[in-house]
Design a protein around this ligand. Structure first.
Ligand code: PGA
Length: 261
């Protein structure tokens, strides 16, 4: 069976400028060192705003910090007259590894449809970036269709035509749980993540399903991370608010030390 390295990903959203970003990454690294965190037991991902990427990448390279770098969005286009857009080609040149695609804030505030999300998945893969494909139901969806129907349908559309050997990450983020302090229960996260793994199996095959990491996101904190990580189909977390607080994100990354707390 494929071993899936746990992935703790910090989605900073529109927080921390490039100077604050450098200070934050240094502090987080020191905090992990102070706590004798062993690099390699989990993967740590940092997803800062576009304007921070160059500074963070330079710092990670120079100090050999074991964090992966991600962006929060990518254009469906590669280059050209698309004012304000950022190409996957440019992100790849900055040695960005991951890109968040289809976050509910982009779906809601920027009207990103399932078709656009699918195009962004392809744009990321075209440039060797790993898309972190976000899916999740709103409170109304939950009431009307239950927890899994909408995320399953969103993922089916996002992965249509994606080759079996593509490297992707999936994030289940119930919209009602994001930034609300009202996290899903571990049981619910497990149930939906298991269904999403079935979607990966149906669209990309069993091997892809076995190796693809599926994250839970929505009000993850140091106090609840361990309860999600005990679930067999939850391979990590996409963390918003708690990822820009050094002590919190550091404790989330070290969840293996406080399993059972
Ligand atoms: P939150 O955000 O951890 O602040 O709930 C999660 C996300 O939007 O990725």
């Amino acid at each position: 069976m494929a071993v899936r390295t746990p992935f703790l990903a910090g989605n900073w959203k529109m927080n921390l400028d490039h100077l604050q970003a450098v200070a934050f990454v240094q502090k987080l690294n020191w905090s992990l060192k102070d706590a004798s965190h062993e690099n390699g037991t989990v993967e740590v991902g940092i997803f800062p705003p576009f304007t921070d990427l160059r500074s963070v990448q330079t710092l990670i390279d120079a100090d050999r910090i074991a964090f992966s770098l991600g962006a929060q969005d990518v254009s469906v286009h590669d280059r050209g007259a698309y004012t304000g857009e950022v190409s996957g080609e440019f992100l790849a040149k900055l040695r960005v590894t991951y890109v968040i695609v289809g976050h509910s804030e982009r779906r809601e505030y920027h009207h990103e449809s399932d078709d656009i999300v699918a195009e962004k998945v392809r744009a990321a893969l075209r440039h060797g970036l790993v898309p972190v494909v976000c899916v999740g139901e709103t409170a109304e969806d939950l009431e009307e269709f239950g927890a899994s129907a909408v995320p399953v349908a969103q993922l089916e559309k996002a992965l249509a035509g994606v080759p079996a050997d593509a490297d992707i990450v999936v994030a289940y983020e119930p919209v009602w749980a994001i930034g609300s302090g009202q996290a899903a229960t571990p049981d619910q996260a497990q149930e939906v993540c298991a269904k999403l793994r079935e979607v990966v199996a149906a669209t990309m095959g069993e091997d892809a399903a076995a190796r693809t990491r599926i994250l839970y996101g929505g009000s993850v904190k140091s106090g609840n991370i361990a309860s999600y990580m005990r679930e067999p189909d939850v391979d990590g977390a996409l963390v918003g608010g708690a990822s820009i607080v050094v002590d919190e994100f550091s404790a989330i990354i070290r969840y293996q030390k406080h399993v059972g707390v």
